[in-house]
Design a protein around this ligand. Structure first.
Ligand SMILES: *Cc1c(COP(=O)(O)O)cnc(C)c1O
Length: 220
């Protein structure tokens, strides 16, 4: 597929939804991809990337940033509390705020004078026991507690259940965000980013449709 085609499809989906051009940010998800594929997206001008693993991101992004200049990095994977400090130093945005213990770590870092990344709260819209995220019913209370710490999340993020129509989940996330006065919606991946844009996504997270399939056997 490739970056250019995905960008064109995003612009077309914005237009089809009657949304302003450029209102959707493409996060190119580079986890587990070979460096040369990532470098060619950088060379083509892409400057917003997503990673799932702190260690992997630490090992590749300082050098890319040196070579290509300012790059915005988004953490889209589950964030362990013992990696929070490293993540704060590396990422501009964290999409996976999903518990108070992590919120406290982030608040402590900000009190210590550190810059705090922009935050999305991950919502478990499918109520799946194995999946991270705040349950929809508990979102209001969670946000209240997070805000009491001085943090101000700007949006919500979800990963719909694999076996269900994602559109219902995107719509649910949008309604939750509206109810909470949040403007940003991180939703939509390679298979469904156009549906997500139709439902109001402001950030889509697209990996394999840009870079090709991930080969997990190469890393380990
Ligand atoms: C890996 C990942 C993506 C990208 O998935 P693709 O299907 O390759 O586009 C998006 N969001 C999250 C949370 C991911 O872990």
């Amino acid at each position: 597929m490739g970056l250019e085609q995905i960008t064109a499809r995003i612009r077309a989906a914005e237009a089809a939804a009657g949304r302003p051009e450029g209102s959707v940010t493409l996060i190119a998800v580079s986890k587990v991809q070979p460096d040369e594929r990532v470098a060619s997206a950088l060379a083509a001008g892409q400057r917003v990337f997503g990673e799932n693993y702190v260690q992997e991101a630490q090992s590749k992004w300082p050098a890319f940033r040196e070579r290509f200049g300012d790059v915005k990095l988004h953490m889209i994977g589950p964030l362990q509390s013992n990696k929070a400090k490293a993540a704060i130093g590396l990422f501009d945005v964290i999409h996976t705020l999903d518990r108070m213990s992590l919120a406290r770590k982030l608040a402590n870092a900000s009190e210590a004078g550190g810059r705090v990344p922009d935050l999305f709260v991950q919502v478990n819209t499918g109520d799946e026991p194995q999946k991270a995220g705040i349950l929809p019913d508990e979102l209001g209370g969670f946000l209240e507690q997070v805000r009491a710490l001085g943090l101000t999340p700007g949006g919500l993020m979800c990963i719909p259940p694999e076996s269900e129509d994602p559109r219902r989940h995107f719509r649910m996330l949008r309604k939750l965000a509206e109810a909470e006065g949040l403007r940003q919606l991180s939703m939509g991946m390679s298979a469904d980013f156009e549906d997500a844009i139709a439902e109001g996504a402001t950030h889509v997270r697209v990996g394999s449709a840009i870079f090709g399939a991930r080969d997990y056997s190469e890393k380990s």
